[in-house]
Design a protein around this ligand. Structure first.
Ligand code: XMP
Length: 507
C-alpha cells in the first residue's frame, strides 16, 4: 500500500492512476488530514501543488514520521518542500519552466533512473526552482534550464524530482515510478482486479455480518458492479431497488431488470413512471426538471426502502473521482447530498450507514473488476446515461407522447450503432427531441412535425468531448429509418459541436 499526500495539484489523481497501473494499491490523502497510523504504508509520495513553498498559506505538513523512516518521493512541490525545510533553498526561477523539457544529465548507476535514457522527455510545471539542495542531497538529474531536476538524500530512501512522472508526456515517468516503488521501496505488484474482489468481499463480510443492505441500481456500470460485489459478500441480504422513472431508453427497464435477475441479484423493479411524469407536467426549465426528478426519486426510494425491515446500510456505487471531488469541494463526501435535503429532515434511508465498495476505484478499474467477476461485456461497455434520462433530451415540457417518440428515435439510433459496429467507438450517444416543428412533404401531403437531433461524442471523462465522424451511409440509413418509422418526426439533424463550448446534453 502506497500513500500519496495531496498538496492540491491537478495531477494528483494521475499519480494514483499510474501507481495502480503498476498493480500497486495506493491511496490519496489530503496533506492536512493524513492517516494517523502509517504502519501499513510501504512508501509515500508527495504530490505537486499550486502553492509556492515560500507562500504564507502553503501546505507545511510534519514529515517527521515519514522522511528517513520510509521510502519517500517528492514530486514538483513535494521536491521543493523537501529542499525548503531541510536546509536547502527554493526561489523563483528566472526562466519559464512549463511543459516539455529533456533530461540533459541522468546520474549513472542510480537505481531510481534504471532504464531511463539521457535526453528522456519530462514534463515541467512550476515557477519556483530548487536553488540549493537540502542537507545530504545528491543531484541525480538536470535539464538545460533546471539544474536540480532530481536529487536524493544520502543515507535515506528519499528521492525528489522537479518534473511530473505521472503525466503521459514524461516518457519514462512510469518507469521512474516503478523503479522507486518496486526496486527501491520493495512494494509488491499484487493489486489486480481478482485480488481486489477477494479482499473486498472478505472485508464486506466482516463489516456487514448479517446486516441488511439497500442499494439503488441504475442500470449503469458503477451501481451494477457495486451490487455484484455486495451480493458476493452477503447474498440476499442485499436488497436492490431498480426504479423506472419513465424516462429510460426503450425497453430498458424490463431488459435490464431481467439481466439483473439473471445475475442472481435480489432485485425489485419499481415502475414509478406515472409519479415522475406527473411531477414533470408543465415544467420546461431544465434545472426545475432535474430537481423534480431528484425529489421524486428520493420519495420513491424512501417508500421502497421502508419495505425492507431492519435495513442497516445503504450501498452506493460511488467511485474514486466522486470521492475526491466532494472531499475537496465540501470537506466531506456526505455533505453535498445532505445539504439538499436538510429542510424538513432527512428521508429515513439517508440515515443509514453508507457502504461504498468501489470508492477507491477509477472508472476503468471498475470495469476491470466487473469483468473479473464475469459481468457481461455489453453491460460493462454501456454508454453513460444521465440520471434524469430522456427528460433532459426532450427540450421544453414533457408529455408521454414526446417520451414515446424520443424512445423510438433513440432506439433506432443506438441499435443502428450496434449493428454497424460503431457503438464501442462512441463514448456516449443519444437523440434530442427539439421544441420546434418544421415543414415536410410525405406523399402528397404537407406535414408539420417534430425535428430530432442525433448526437454522438468521443470523450474520456465527459469534461471535454468532440463529435464523432460517423459514416454518411450510416447517418443516411438511420435518418431514413427514423423518418419512415417514427410517427411525428419529419426531420433529422446531426450535432457537430464540440464540448466546450457546447455541452453533451442539450439541456
Ligand atoms: P454535459 O451535458 O454537461 O454532460 O456536457 C456531461 C456528462 O454528464 C451527463 N449529465 C448528467 N448526468 N445528471 C446526470 O446524472 C444530470 O443532470 C446530467 N446532466 C448531464 C451527460 O449525459 C454527460 O455524460
Amino acid at each position: 500500500n502506497v500513500l500519496i499526500l495531496d498538496f492540491g495539484s491537478q495531477y494528483t489523481q494521475l499519480i494514483a492512476r499510474r501507481v495502480r497501473e503498476l498493480n500497486i494499491y495506493c491511496e490519496i490523502k489530503p496533506y492536512n488530514n493524513p492517516p494517523e497510523d502509517l504502519s501499513s504504508y510501504k512508501a509515500v509520495i508527495l504530490s505537486g501543488s499550486p502553492h509556492s513553498v515560500r507562500g504564507e498559506d502553503a501546505p507545511h505538513p510534519d514529515l517527521s514520521q515519514i522522511k528517513g523512516q520510509k521510502p519517500l518521493l517528492g514530486v514538483c512541490y513535494g521536491a521543493q518542500y523537501l529542499a525548503h525545510f531541510y536546509d536547502g533553498e527554493v526561489g523563483q526561477s528566472n526562466t519559464r519552466e512549463y511543459g516539455r523539457a529533456n533530461l540533459s544529465m541522468v546520474k549513472e548507476g542510480e537505481l531510481f533512473f534504471e532504464g531511463v535514457s539521457q535526453g528522456s522527455q519530462v514534463w515541467m510545471s512550476h515557477s519556483d526552482t530548487i536553488k540549493k539542495l537540502p542537507r545530504d542531497g545528491v543531484r541525480i538529474a538536470s535539464t538545460n534550464d533546471v539544474e536540480n531536476a532530481g536529487y536524493r538524500i544520502e543515507g535515506e530512501d528519499t528521492y525528489a524530482i522537479q518534473f511530473h512522472p505521472e503525466v503521459y508526456h514524461s516518457s519514462d515517468g512510469k518507469q521512474i515510478l516503478e523503479n522507486f516503488l518496486v526496486k527501491i521501496a520493495g512494494v509488491a505488484q499484487t493489486w489486480t482486479p481478482d485480488a481486489f474482489v477477494d479482499t473486498t468481499v472478505a472485508q464486506l463480510k466482516k463489516q456487514l455480518g448479517d446486516d441488511r443492505v439497500i442499494l439503488g441500481l441504475s442500470g449503469g456500470v458503477d451501481s451494477t458492479v457495486a451490487a455484484t460485489l455486495l451480493h458476493k459478500a452477503i447474498g440476499d441480504n442485499l436488497y436492490c431497488i431498480f426504479v423506472n422513472n419513465g424516462l429510460l431508453r426503450k425497453n430498458e427497464f424490463s431488459e435490464v431488470l431481467l439481466q439483473y435477475e439473471g445475475m442472481g441479484l435480489n432485485v425489485k423493479g419499481v415502475d414509478a413512471s406515472a409519479r415522475f411524469l406527473e411531477a414533470l407536467e408543465g415544467e420546461s426549465d431544465p434545472e426545475t426538471k432535474r430537481k423534480a426528478i431528484g425529489r421524486v426519486f428520493i420519495e420513491v426510494f424512501d417508500d421502497e426502502s421502508k419495505e425492507v425491515e431492519n435495513a442497516k446500510w445503504l450501498g452506493q456505487g460511488t467511485i474514486y473521482p466522486d470521492v475526491i471531488e466532494s472531499v475537496s469541494a465540501t470537506g466531506g463526501p456526505s455533505a453535498t447530498i445532505k445539504s439538499h435535503h436538510n429542510v424538513g429532515g432527512l428521508p429515513d434511508f439517508m440515515k443509514l450507514k453508507v457502504v461504498e465498495p468501489l470508492k477507491m476505484l477509477f472508472k476503468d478499474e471498475v470495469r476491470r473488476v466487473g469483468k473479473s467477476m464475469g459481468l457481461s461485456p455489453s453491460l460493462l461497455g454501456r454508454h453513460p446515461f444521465p440520471g434524469p434520462g430522456l427528460a433532459i433530451r426532450i427540450l421544453g415540457d414533457i408529455t408521454p407522447e414526446k417520451v414515446r417518440i424520443l424512445q423510438e428515435v433513440d432506439h433506432i439510433f443506438i441499435s443502428g450503432l450496434r449493428e454497424w459496429g460503431l457503438y464501442d467507438k462512441v463514448w456516449q450517444a443519444g437523440a434530442m427531441l427539439l421544441p420546434v416543428n418544421s415543414v415536410g412533404v410525405m406523399g402528397d401531403e404537407r406535414t408539420y412535425e417534430k425535428c430530432v437531433a442525433l448526437r454522438a461524442v468521443e470523450s474520456t471523462d465527459g469534461m471535454t468531448a468532440d463529435w464523432v465522424n460517423l459514416p454518411y451511409e450510416f447517418l443516411q440509413k438511420v435518418s431514413n429509418d427514423i423518418i419512415n418509422k417514427v410517427k411525428g418526426v419529419n426531420r433529422v439533424v446531426y450535432d457537430i459541436s464540440s464540448k466546450p463550448p457546447a455541452t453533451i446534453e442539450w439541456e
